[in-house]
Every structure is written in C-alpha cells, then in structure tokens.
Design a protein around this ligand. Structure first.
Ligand SMILES: *Cc1c(COP(=O)(O)O)cnc(C)c1O
Length: 363
C-alpha cells in the first residue's frame, strides 16, 4: 500500500488511524454482525454512535448548553438557504441581513439569501481578487439587520478572519467549513456557526450546524420547506429522516482522534507550526509567491503561484508524479493551492517544501 500526500481542498485527507478503525469495523461493527452502513438509524447501536459524536463535539468545541448541534444533509450550500429562511422567520425579524463578501462561498451565500430576503453586501474584497479580509471594525451594518454573515476561512482564496467583525450587536452567522475544528472558536460569539465536514473533518454529505436555541423557529415557517426548518431536526435529534449515518460515524471517530491529540488548542499550535513551514518558504522563495496579504493568511488553504501559468501547470504535473496530489489551484484562480488540514502531517508539508526548493533550483 502506498498513500500519497493529499493536498485536496475537499473532500480531503482524513487521519490514517480513523480510516484503519473504519476498515477494522467494516464487516462487523462491535459484534453486531453488520457494518454501520447497514444498520437502522433507529437502532440502539446507532443512537449510541450519534449521541457519542455529539457529546464529543460539545466537549471539543466547549459548546454551551443553550446551543443545539444539528447533523444535516445538503452540505454547507443548503445552509446558505436555511440561514435566511430560519433567522428571518423569527418573531420581530425584519427580513434583512448584511453580508461580507470575501470569496466565492460568501458570495454564493449572499446571492442565495437575496432570493428570499433583503440581503445587502456591507463589505467586499472583490477589488483585489479576494486576497485580503476587509476592515470590519466599523461597517455600515443596518440598524434593522437580522444578522451579519461571514465565511470565516475562504477555501479558494486562502484568507481567514483573524478577528471577528464588529457586528454592532447583530447576530453573527459564520461558515467555518474549511477551518472547522482546526482551532478553538468561542461559540458564544456566534448565533450560528456551521461547516460542511468534507474539508477538515470527515466524509462528504454532512454539514454540522451549531445554533443558539432561541434562533431556531418555534414551529413551522410559512414558505420554508419542512426539511430546511431547523426546528424539524432540532426536535428530532437530527433524525427527522434518515441522516448521513456513515459520515456521522466517521466524524465521531475524528472527534475522538482530536480529543486524544489534546483538543483544538493543541491542533491550533500544530496547524500554526505546519503553515509556518510553507509560508516561511514562500516568503523567501524567488520563484513561488503566496497570493494573500500576509496578515490575512489562512492556516488551512495556502494558494501560491510562480507568475507563469505554464510553469504552474508543470509544477502541478511534476508534483503529482512525486506523490504530492491535488495541488492545482481552484479553477477560478489558477496557480496552486495546498490545503493543509488537521490530518495532513507536518512531514507532508516538509516534503512539499523540499519539492518546491528542488523545482526552484531547476527552473
Ligand atoms: C466547500 C465549501 C462550501 C460548500 O460545501 P458543500 O458541502 O459542497 O455545499 C461552502 N463553504 C465553504 C467555506 C466551503 O469551503
């Protein structure tokens, strides 16, 4: 068997220990004679899996009791719709929300919200290809906005908010997909914090939304499909219908893996050390350049270029032949991107930098 270093932005690398455990339990999960994929989601055995996953996640993120944890389908993209439909249906809501545009995912969320509510962009970094995070200390947030929305780590452009925006007292909603569980978050600062898990946590097809209880509508909402109403899944323990049993099971294992590693503060340290190896090299290289303003650099997604698209293409090809996979940048920006999520060992980043040095010496 030979495993590559996989720098994919998502679906992405998972911890080897977790994959091995899944393999060991594949045919016979803990003596029940079947795999997790084959068991009823209404069984005692499965209830234990989802309960343990939630308890471990609460422990990892220090989620306060007045927040619900929902395991949902439809990916992060479905929350783009669910966020306005739920938050603008609360008593006293005005049907208005302010969005900060820092990349493609923020923009998609904004465009989707604009189909249902009065959504307004209050800041954007589109003028410089989303290569920075705008100053969010004093934005023109509307007095009657129901919430302020951000995409906290921009997977495609490689930026991250090192400081949360001043929402002027409005509820903060954050898409943390590509930084989910890479560092601690102070959950109480958010009304809703959610992430598609296929970037930094688990297999595709699951989005986890952590939502303050008072932001979940009390009952059915006119015009909001049952499945998009957070109340539906909150009251059903995320099992109104069949959940993504397999993804929840694998995520549960990743939560335990993270707890065993010392939790999110420890992961943050490891991720900082890992990213430093790559950024330090980018800063000193004559050939490769990072594309993001230094103070806004993501620890998870690192885009870089040579400045010559043909040389970029050659780099991607040669790196792949050397066992460094998925370094091609997103089709909307070109160049390269190394996603160095929790499960990427520092050796992977060191191997990448060694390869880049070698490539630079040859060109
Ligand atoms: C990948 C990604 C999404 C979309 O996720 P899906 O689960 O495919 O809908 C949304 N937001 C961010 C930040 C992402 O990285």
């Amino acid at each position: 068997m030979s495993r590559v270093y996989n720098f994919s932005a998502g679906p992405a690398v998972l911890p080897e220990d977790v994959l091995r455990e899944c393999a060991d339990e594949m045919l016979d999960y803990r003596g029940c004679g079947m795999s997790v994929m084959e068991m009823s989601h209404r069984s005692k055995m499965y209830q234990q899996i989802i309960d343990e996953a939630e308890a471990d996640l609460r422990n990892l993120m220090a989620i306060p009791d007045n927040y619900k944890v929902l395991f949902l389908q439809g990916g992060a993209s479905q929350q783009f719709t669910a966020v306005p439909m739920n938050l603008c249906a609360l008593p006293g809501a005005n049907g208005k929300a302010d969005y900060i545009l820092t990349g493609m995912w923020a923009k998609k969320a904004y465009q989707e919200a604009a189909r249902f509510i009065d959504a307004q962009a209050v800041a954007s970094s589109a003028d410089k290809t989303f290569s920075y995070i705008p100053d969010c200390s004093d934005l023109p947030i509307r007095e009657d906005a129901d919430y302020v929305y951000i995409c906290e780590n921009n997977t495609i452009y490689g930026t991250v908010y090192h400081e949360l925006p001043n929402t002027k007292g409005k509820i903060l909603v954050s898409d943390v997909s590509s930084m989910f569980l890479s560092q601690p978050h102070d959950v109480e600062k958010y009304g809703v914090i959610y992430g598609g898990v296929q970037k930094n946590v688990g297999p595709a097809g699951l989005v986890i939304s952590v939502i303050r209880e008072d932001l979940i509508p009390e009952g059915a909402v006119d015009g909001c499909p049952t499945m998009l109403n957070w109340r539906t899944q909150a009251d059903a323990g995320s099992m109104y219908n069949t959940p993504n049993c397999w993804a929840i099971y694998v995520c549960g294992k990743v939560f335990k893996w993270l707890l065993n590693k010392g939790g999110l503060a420890e992961m943050a340290k490891l991720n900082q050390a890992k990213a430093k190896v790559l950024y330090d090299f980018l800063d000193e290289s004559d050939l490769f350049k990072g594309t993001v303003r230094a103070e806004d650099r993501s620890l998870m997604n690192v885009p870089f270029v040579t400045g010559d698209p043909e040389l970029d293409a050659q780099f991607v090809k040669e790196s792949q032949a050397a066992g460094l996979e998925n370094l091609k940048g997103h089709r909307s920006v070109g160049g390269m991107r190394a996603s160095i999520y929790n499960a990427m060992p520092i050796e992977g980043v060191e191997t990448l930098v060694a390869f880049m040095k070698d490539f630079e010496a040859k060109h």
